[in-house]
Design a protein around this ligand. Structure first.
Ligand code: SF4
Ligand code: SF4
Length: 108
């Protein structure tokens, strides 16, 4: 997912709650955004089915199971943001687009 889909941000300490539009509908998914050294990492719990693919693919092993539940009553994932290199591999492999990884824009 990209920034165009992120329509609202509410600052809550180091994490932000963000919302993105559901394609073709007016409903929104609420995400939890963590700041990383090079950008941000966002999980959308309503989309996470707890398959664990992102945990397996992360090269720095910073994704783990959360104690909170996702869409199907399974544990969702969370990130240890200070170890995230913002490579986007987790987002590319998530079959349900439950992760959004965004790089900071470069200043000219
Ligand atoms: S962006 Fe890369 S380093 Fe960060 S959590 Fe995803 S796979 Fe791991
Ligand atoms: S790959 Fe996607 S659906 Fe599977 S556990 Fe990770 S975030 Fe959840």
């Amino acid at each position: 997912m990209n920034n165009e889909n992120l329509t609202k941000q509410v600052v809550e300490g180091k994490q932000k709650t963000v919302k993105k539009a559901e394609p073709g509908k007016r409903a929104f998914f609420e995400g939890i955004r963590s700041q990383t050294a090079r950008g941000s990492w966002t999980i959308f719990p309503e989309l996470c089915k707890g398959c664990g693919l992102c945990i397996e693919k992360c090269p720095t092993h910073v994704i783990s199971w959360s104690s909170e539940l996702g869409a199907y009553g399974t544990n969702r994932v969370e990130v240890k943001a200070d170890g995230c290199i913002t490579c986007r591999i987790c987002a590319w492999h998530c079959p349900d687009a439950a992760i959004s990884v965004d790089l900071k824009e470069k200043r000219q």
